[in-house]
Design a protein around this ligand. Structure first.
Ligand code: FAD
Length: 491
């Protein structure tokens, strides 16, 4: 099946909107009858899929309502020519507890593969800056980035361990809050004289790879939080953030949740159904879709992401803190572009081209069935591009990562910035958002519970955080509907 989402370009086809995915659900609805349902879940990303599955397994009648034609939300893959291109969330790691539990549960441990393969080919790191170019081996790449990052995060003489000793309780030490008032740019000013020019370039591009905002809009605290999650080391970051992916693509994982929920017989669903409003009448919650359908349940789990929460009308209105956090939003406007290139030797290539280029960081990520190298490239808001608006400029940005070595055969991407149901990529906080609003984002609103990776406490911004949140919502609702606990004011 082909999703409306995503784009593909080849010289033969030109730019085509919509790419195939096993995550497309057909027929788009199985609703029989008018309900009411025990629980309505809005959104079928990993938070919504986890909540839906767990609630169905607990015996509740669940209605899943999704705006798109597919499951997966910000994590989905497109199989093109029998090769999976990851359009959003990709890499997972056994150090991520919630996602790893699911990978084990679905017996998919052996379905992971490594992105990096330095066994053959050019086997180098290419650093391109405004001043010139350096070619390094991968050990030198690691040494450069580890040294630069070490200077950046070492706020306490312990590489951040004293400030964030518990990564899943990041404000445990009260002093941690002061780092949320700082941006990455503020922190860079403090350490500027200690950095070599190459360290500065590598550091800025790595931080921007994480936030995909600007240095000014990147919360230094949130970077420290990522660092703590990754075990306070550059190697830990590489392992957890960009190393292990599903051989079959993310949609091969997401579909397991959906099918398990469906097999219970408790799941009704409606895709292609953007929600317009949610009204909590005290006894139950009524949802109205843009095309006027109304559905009622005793609880509703909203997994609508932060950057689009204010596009849905709530009655009673959302509290001030949550609404203003939604208006502020997160800053990640990642541009992720896959390029299939003819040079086989580039499989072992990695590169940074910054700040002049529209794409900043890229790696060899696989070999396609045609024997071409698959390169995955990342850019961000600091030098933004809308790929489908200018394919030539996008190709030039890919080529500029390694001039002479990027003969582009195919481009594949999803423009998350223009996606009306995400308005951005993974959550990355601007300064002062988390320290003021995390608790409000996590709180419930009467019979409406909010679950999304954007306000997870652990691997916030990651698939793991989405599963953490879906689990939390389903557990809370199940407890309540069993009458085994009082309604909680805060999940
Ligand atoms: P979402 O996936 O956003 O799900 C929310 C759902 O709600 C969506 O399906 C959306 O369509 C639906 N929705 C929104 N509005 C409405 C409405 N009005 N009516 C009905 N439905 C609505 N994470 C990793 O762990 N590893 C990675 O390598 C990684 N890389 C990433 C790369 C990119 C480019 C992106 C975009 C994300 C990446 N992430 C990564 C992050 C990860 O994808 C997300 O954190 C996670 O998928 C979020 O899941 P979620 O269920 O919380 O939210």
């Amino acid at each position: 099946m082909t999703s409306r989402d995503g784009f593909q370009w080849t010289s033969e086809t030109g730019l085509v909107q919509g790419v195939p995915s096993i995550g497309v659900i057909s027929p788009p609805s199985n609703i029989a009858g008018v309900g009411p349902w025990d629980i309505i879940v809005v959104g079928s990303g990993y938070a919504g899929l986890t909540a839906t599955r767990d609630l169905c397994l607990a015996g509740h009648k669940v209605l899943l309502v999704e705006a798109r034609d597919r499951i997966g939300g910000r994590s989905w893959s497109s199989n093109i020519g029998d090769y999976p291109f990851e359009m959003g969330g990709t890499w997972v790691h056994w150090g991520q507890p919630h996602v790893w539990r699911e990978i084990s549960r679905y017996q998919m441990r052996e379905e992971l593969e490594a992105s990096f393969d330095f066994s053959r080919g050019v086997n180098h790191f290419q650093l391109r800056t405004n001043e010139g170019e350096s070619i390094m081996n991968h050990d030198e790449e690691d040494t450069l980035l580890a040294a630069a990052l070490g200077k950046f995060v070492d706020v306490d003489g312990s590489m951040g361990r004293k400030i964030i000793p518990y990564a899943h309780d990041a404000f445990h030490v009260p002093e941690a809050r002061q780092y949320d008032t700082k941006s990455a740019a503020d922190r860079l000013k403090e350490i500027a004289t200690s950095l070599t020019p190459n360290e500065r370039t590598a550091l800025e591009s790595f931080v921007l790879l994480c936030s995909c905002g600007t240095l000014e809009t990147t919360s230094f605290f949130e970077f420290l939080h990522w660092w703590a999650l990754c075990g306070y080391s550059y190697q830990g970051c590489m392992d957890a953030l960009i190393s292990y992916k599903f051989k079959g693509g993310q949609s091969s994982f997401a579909i397991k949740f959906f099918k398990e929920a469906l097999a219970t017989g408790n799941l009704s669903y409606s895709f292609n159904s953007p929600v317009q409003s949610i009204s909590d009448q005290g006894g139950n919650v009524t949802l109205t879709t843009r095309d006027g359908n109304q559905y009622t349940g005793s609880r509703l789990v909203s997994t609508i992401p932060l950057n689009v929460l204010n596009t849905v009308s709530f009655n009673p209105p959302l509290d001030f803190q949550r609404a203003s956090a939604a208006n502020t939003g997160h800053v990640n406007q990642c541009v992720k572009v896959h390029a299939e290139i003819s040079n086989k030797d580039m499989r072992s290539w990695t590169g940074i081209s910054y700040p002049f280029n529209k794409l900043t960081y890229a790696i060899g990520d696989g070999t396609t069935p045609a024997g071409n190298t698959h390169i995955v490239c990342f850019g961000g808001f600091h030098n933004h591009i809308q790929p489908e608006e200018n394919i030539n400029a996008t190709k030039e940005a890919v080529q500029s990562m390694a001039p002479g070595n990027m003969d582009v055969k195919r481009l594949v991407f999803h423009n998350w910035s223009k996606d009306e149901f995400a308005k951005g990529a993974w959550f990355f906080s601007p300064p002062n958002l988390l320290s003021t609003s995390l608790d409000a984002l996590r709180s419930r609103h009467g019979n409406v519970l909010f679950a999304n990776s954007d306000w997870a406490v652990g691997w916030r911004s990651f698939i793991d955080g989405a599963i953490e949140e879906g689990t939390r919502a389903a557990f809370t609702v199940t407890e309540e509907l069993r009458g085994s606990s009082k309604s909680r004011s805060r999940l």
